[in-house]
Design a protein around this ligand. Structure first.
Ligand code: SF4
Length: 365
């Protein structure tokens, strides 16, 4: 008996529903979502599109990803063309999607596929996992969807469906290996990619976090959580740890219709992205110390502090930025490592959302 089955058995007898994979596939054939990266039914998916969409969909919803995916595909129609692009161009196209290490890894992965694999993605999970930015989940997703490998990628939607079907009491993230094993029982003998996408679609359209539409669910007859009536309480989660609030200052300096910006260090949070000059982000922020980190500009004696603050929540901490502004004379030189960019072209800069908010606040929009 597998460890997963043993755990289930300790609580309640396992539900053995051999026809679940068939029920799922049947439902998928009738209700599959139309998504820009999905080929028509029956056609094999392109590994490049699957990979690109999966990287974009990490931490970002389908609606937001759609237009970005289309723009990337129009500019770089295959992995080889993306591998020949500059990282700056990729970061610029990615701006606004957040979690920018994904964009840097995306580019590094395309470079590696072009350089080491002749522009063709490896067709094994093991080979895929050796590429930058491809972890176990993404390797399984590409493997199942593009290469029909019999493997189940488990995303948040699938975790929810499976934890409800089997009423998994163990909280996440500890329950992940158990859920992975239970999810694999939902794979059909063939069409692994469709089984996985069926579960993803079921989780996003029927087995939703709140008010799941169980009456429409193809697996409702032997869903343990549904029988108990406590579907919404799954998946169980360990209490969340929220990071300590950090605070900092951002300096919005205009020279006519230009704005002063710089590029962040390559490594670390928002690495390689464009930002306005600012102070360090610290839990023990102090206004005077922050002002000492203002850019040294000829003619700027005093900074104007804008009313209010800009707030942003990163994965590990919330941030509050105080905004200072100044307007300098024409021909004022930018300090070392900074540059002037026309405000009208800011949309094309690799600006993370937190900086877009700070600039909007500083420019009084
Ligand atoms: S029956 Fe309801 S809770 Fe169970 S898997 Fe289906 S939608 Fe989710």
């Amino acid at each position: 008996m597998s460890p997963a089955a043993a755990k289930i058995k300790r609580r309640e007898p396992p539900v053995v529903a051999a026809d679940r994979p068939a029920l799922l596939l049947d439902w998928y054939d009738r209700h599959r979502r139309r998504l820009p990266w999905r080929p028509p039914a029956g056609e094999r998916a392109d590994p490049y599109r699957v990979w690109l969409s999966e990287i974009m969909l990490q931490q970002t919803g389908v609606k937001t990803v759609g237009p970005y995916f289309e723009r990337f595909l129009a500019r770089w129609p295959d992995v080889a063309s993306l591998g020949r692009a500059s990282q700056d161009d990729v970061l610029r196209m990615w701006a606004g999607l957040g979690y920018y290490s994904r964009a840097r890894n995306l580019h590094a992965c395309a470079v590696a596929v072009l350089r080491d694999h002749g522009g063709v993605f490896p067709n094994t999970e093991e080979g895929l996992r050796k590429l930058p930015g491809i972890g176990p989940y993404t390797a399984a997703a590409i493997g199942a969807i593009a290469f029909d490998i019999r493997t189940m990628p488990v995303d948040g939607n699938i975790e929810r469906v499976v934890s409800r079907l089997y009423a998994v009491e163990e909280p996440l993230p500890q329950a992940k290996p158990l859920i992975q094993e239970l999810a694999a029982t939902l794979l059909g003998l063939s069409r692994a990619g469709d089984s996985a996408q069926a579960l993803m679609d079921l989780g996003s359209s029927i087995c939703t976090p709140k008010k799941p539409a169980c009456a429409l669910c193809p697996l409702n007859e032997d869903c343990m959580a549904r029988t108990r009536g406590d579907q919404e309480t799954f998946p169980r989660k360990a209490p969340k740890k929220t990071g300590t609030l950090r605070r900092g200052a951002a300096f919005i300096v205009t020279r006519g219709d230009e704005l002063l910006v710089r590029t962040r260090a390559e490594k670390g949070l928002l690495g390689g992205m464009t930002e306005v000059p600012g102070s360090e982000w610290l839990a023990g922020h102090d206004d005077k110390a922050a002002l000492k980190q203002a850019p040294a500009l000829k003619g700027v004696e005093r900074w104007h502090r804008k009313a209010g603050v800009v707030t942003h929540v990163f994965t590990h901490f919330p941030l509050e930025l105080v905004i200072y502004t100044a307007d300098v004379a024409a021909r004022t030189r930018a300090p070392e490592d900074m540059r002037w960019v026309p405000i009208a072209t800011l949309a094309g800069e690799a600006l993370p959302n937190v900086m877009r908010k700070a600039i909007a606040h500083g420019l009084g929009e």
